[in-house]
Design a protein around this ligand. Sequence first.
Ligand SMILES: Cc1cc2nc3c(=O)[nH]c(=O)nc-3n(C[C@H](O)[C@H](O)[C@H](O)COP(=O)(O)OP(=O)(O)OC[C@H]3O[C@@H](n4cnc5c(N)ncnc54)[C@H](O)[C@@H]3O)c2cc1C
Length: 363
Amino acid sequence: MFARSATGEGEAAASAESDIWKIAELGEPTETIQADVCIVGAGGTGTAAAVQAIDLGLKPIVIGTGGYANNSEFLYGVSETKNVNIQALGMDCRDGDGIKMAKAAGAAMAEGLGTVMWCGPVTLGAVTATWTTDAYSAGVQPTLWLNQNGERYCKEDLWIDDFAGAGIAVRNQERTFVLFTEADMVRWETEGPDGQVFSFGTPGTPLAEAREVLEASEGCHIGDDLAALCAEVGLDAAAVQATVDEYNKACAAAAGLDGEDTSADEEFGKRARYMHAVDAGPYWLCEVGDGFYTTCGGIKVNENAEVLDEEGQIIPGLYAGGSDAGGLYGDSYDVKFAPGSQAAWAVNSGRLAIKNAKEYLGK
Ligand SMILES: Cc1cc2nc3c(=O)[nH]c(=O)nc-3n(C[C@H](O)[C@H](O)[C@H](O)COP(=O)(O)OP(=O)(O)OC[C@H]3O[C@@H](n4cnc5c(N)ncnc54)[C@H](O)[C@@H]3O)c2cc1C
């Protein structure tokens, strides 16, 4: 199962072999291909690697367990996030096992270990790993976004152009909230959401199921008395009211402007089409966490997907890719300029791992 001992190579890491295997057993490798090939993980990386490994009958270890998105202790330990609420979207089970395995084998960590594919607000208690819902779409609309001080902190329609940028803005606050009115909710229920990023939550398609889910969620506080809602969540009501008053003035100035005009929102430059006054209850004040899809930092690899140790030396027979390997990104996934690059990296690093493992074995 472990190529290095079988070939007699990689003695420096051989002492860690039992540790590696112990950790691998904990996670029950989902892709064990043939008797002596170990591919840990079955996502983009593992699938690409497995397909080639089957053909070639290779014996290396390819690590691709998808990073550490579901291990909040790990994430708070390495990431710069300040937000007390974080929410992984998409799937459970990415606990950093591959990174732990590689570390046990002497691997170095790449710069940017705390890199996370942030994506903006997610209403607490309303959205889980299954995120493609009306409630998710409603909670992330470019309404009035507030931080722990009751202040705005970004132009809320940033989410539509660059969700990673919006996610980083949320990450830099300690607590985050979205505030909208019953009129907004009714508009979304009849006309669909104001803004769209993904293939779901489309303007023109009513968000028929948002209300019920949000009403039942721990994050949402609904009522006619905004000050009372602020008290419920621990926000300074006077500070929130001051922000609302300023925002409403900007909304009044935006009325009648072209939808793309950003001049009315002097503070942040949100487009006029998204400026809806917060001037009548019932109000919806929802605490949101910083949502993210995956972590993108991890094991240090070279251009061949070979794992490197602290001295920059290759650990023979050990490969890593996808979200377990680092070095691809800085602060976050740059969705605006290179969408799909993280998934493409997962597939291609799996391919590179096997291509180079083949050479390692002289095949
Ligand atoms: C909701 C969502 C949206 C995304 N959107 C985009 C996008 O638009 N563009 C983009 O480029 N990327 C996107 N990504 C990221 C992209 O999907 C991932 O970067 C890619 O899937 C990573 O591939 P991977 O092989 O590293 O990990 P994964 O695909 O996560 O696969 C890891 C596998 O390892 C398994 N595993 C974990 N621990 C163990 C263990 N101990 N033993 C055995 N198996 C284990 C897991 O069960 C999983 O099957 C998105 C991710 C999510 C969740």
